[in-house]
Design a protein around this ligand. Structure first.
Ligand code: PGA
Ligand code: MG
Length: 215
């Protein structure tokens, strides 16, 4: 049966944290502030660009009044921040296998412009029938409306969501959609604290897991 499978982006399809951190650290250097560690950067990702910049500022004591300027600087560099970004191993093969049988979409809190840039960069944009970013709608994850909007654009059929983070688990639960949780991404909470249908740490397992969920 043809299903609708929606994917998160950062920490699920792509390992983008090194470039996000580099972009952030360029902005912090201009402020004369200390760079973010990888753990700090990982902790700040998940709720979109404005939340990332707010958390970064708060961690370095940079005032609210700098929010818009720093956010604009971040967004200005984001489309090109792909030098160290990689697809997780097996992602391309899994997506190509699934795209032959199911409708695929992306629901990310990353802004839509760098989202499209990343999908084009890896040559996987055409595999997705619908892609929404954190600034595509008035709502973003964990509002279930963001996920619902991607499913709606993919027509009809059973629903599966694939994501890596706390926000994804909250969104899937609120939308009533089974979550396949990728455990090698940027999750903050322990796996057992996040509602999920199944977990995987190797993309080779994903097509089989999808079959199990749909059976
Ligand atoms: O950019 C973010 O904050 C999160 O992006 P994601 O929703 O693809 O994990
Ligand atoms: Mg993610």
């Amino acid at each position: 049966m043809r299903a609708r499978i929606v994917f998160d982006l950062d920490g699920t399809l792509i390992d983008s944290l090194p470039d996000i951190r580099k972009l952030a650290n360029g902005l912090l250097a201009q402020e004369g502030a200390e760079p973010l560690t990888m753990d700090e950067a990982r902790g700040f990702v998940g709720d979109g660009a404005p939340a990332f910049i707010r958390r970064m500022r708060e961690a370095r004591g940079i005032p609210d009044s700098a929010q818009e300027r720093l956010l604009n600087g971040y967004l200005a560099g984001y489309d090109d921040a792909l030098g160290e970004t990689r697809l997780y191993p097996g992602v391309r093969e899994a997506l190509e296998a699934l795209a032959g049988r199911h409708a695929l979409g992306v629901c990310t809190n990353k802004p839509i412009s760098p989202t499209k840039a990343a999908l084009a960069h890896f040559g996987i944009a055409d595999l997705f029938g619908a892609v929404l970013g954190g600034d595509s709608l008035p709502v973003r994850k964990p509002d279930p409306g963001a996920l619902r909007a991607v499913f709606e654009r993919l027509g009809s059929g059973p629903e599966v969501y694939v994501g890596d983070g706390d926000v994804d688990a909250e969104t899937a639960a609120a939308a009533g959609v089974p979550l396949l949780l990728f455990t090698e991404g940027y999750r903050k909470a322990p796996v057992e604290d996040l509602p999920h249908r199944a977990t995987f740490d190797d993309w080779q397992a994903l097509p089989g897991l999808v079959d199990e969920v749909l059976s």
